[in-house]
Design a protein around this ligand. Structure first.
Ligand SMILES: Nc1ncnc2c1ncn2[C@@H]1O[C@H](COP(=O)(O)OP(=O)(O)O)[C@@H](O)[C@H]1O
Ligand SMILES: [Mg+2]
Length: 297
């Protein structure tokens, strides 16, 4: 059998040499390197733009959604592309079905209905100052966070307090979500639990820079490897068990934040193109390699 070829799908935000490469694209390099090392000489791994011509992409046996970070601006095109690849016989990981479910954060309401500890959330079709003021009253809180339902990397996100509400012309003109601001983000940080083929791989805590509340490296956030407390790890495993798919996805990152009750609540179940923090998980590369090769039969 010839050596399998695996595509690491990326985009101009992340590909080396691209004039629009983002400053946090070092995550692309680290992820690619960890998986490539894990694969060794058992498969070839190439980074390629997810918008590359189909006849190039269909040369691959498996397409891994590495760093296609700009999919949020072109969700339908992205999903069509993944489905076309599957139609052409390429194994897509995670599969298009999983991506479709995960691309709209309304899936969080589904997980909540299945019993996952959750952050209370309002789901307006668009939001302006009136929705923000109503949310303070609805949640009985003084600070809220507003996010896009289709979004990543905290882009297009805002946080307002009763003392500093949105200006009159402020709006999110797309389906949005409003949550109370959870102070544990700044005191404890956000937990990430990485799963490979359904098995817990490693955990970490992400902390925001002084004065910020967004934990992403782009805003100065840092991450620390942790061996999670058994109850915390079980909370993440319980979320994994609630995913509505027959087979566990190749990769998943369950992000959780502590509620005032002490319980960890799911803030995101990332199944599309999460950064999987390879530096915090020594076994991550080999595990991903095994998972990919297993999917190639
Ligand atoms: N309810 C919240 N309370 C406090 N901080 C929040 C809340 N929701 C989001 N954040 C902060 O904003 C970041 C981005 O939000 P998140 O829901 O993870 O969306 P995404 O990562 O897809 O942009 C989080 O990592 C966290 O730092
Ligand atoms: Mg997030």
């Amino acid at each position: 059998m010839t050596k399998p070829a695996i595509a690491f799908l990326a985009c101009p935000d992340t590909l080396p040499g691209s004039p629009t490469r983002r400053p946090d694209a070092f995550e692309h390099d680290l992820l690619l390197e960890a998986i490539r090392t894990g694969l060794g000489d058992r498969a070839d791994l190439h980074a390629i733009d997810w918008r590359a011509p189909m006849d190039q992409l269909t040369q691959y046996d498996l397409a891994y959604l590495g760093t296609p970070w700009d999919y949020t601006e072109a969700k339908d095109e992205f999903l069509e592309r993944l489905e076309a690849l599957e139609g052409a016989g390429v194994v897509v990981a995670n599969p298009a079905e999983v991506i479709r479910w995960n691309a709209d954060k309304l899936y969080l309401a589904e997980l909540a209905a299945r019993g996952a500890p959750s952050i209370p959330t309002l789901w307006p079709q668009s939001a302006g100052p009136a929705e923000v003021l109503a949310a303070f009253d609805h949640f009985g809180c003084d600070r809220v966070v507003l996010k896009r339902r289709v979004g990543a990397g905290a882009i297009g996100q805002d946080s307002f307090t009763r003392a500093a509400p949105p200006p009159p012309d402020w709006r999110i003109d797309q389906p949005a979500m409003i949550q109370p601001f959870l102070p544990a983000i700044q005191s404890e940080g956000e937990h990430s639990f990485i799963f490979v083929s359904g098995q817990f791989s490693h955990g970490l805590i992400k902390q925001a820079a002084q004065g910020d509340y967004r934990i992403q490296s782009l805003y100065g956030g840092i991450e620390v490897a942790v061996d999670p407390a058994p109850a915390d790890r079980q909370a993440a495993e319980a979320v994994m068990a609630m995913l509505p798919f027959e087979a566990p996805p190749l990769y998943a990152r369950i992000d959780m934040v502590r509620l005032d009750s002490g319980e960890l609540a799911v803030i995101e179940a990332e199944l599309i193109e999460p950064y999987l923090y390879p530096l915090q998980g020594a076994e991550f590369g080999p595990r991903m390699a095994e998972g990919m090769l297993a999917r190639l039969g």
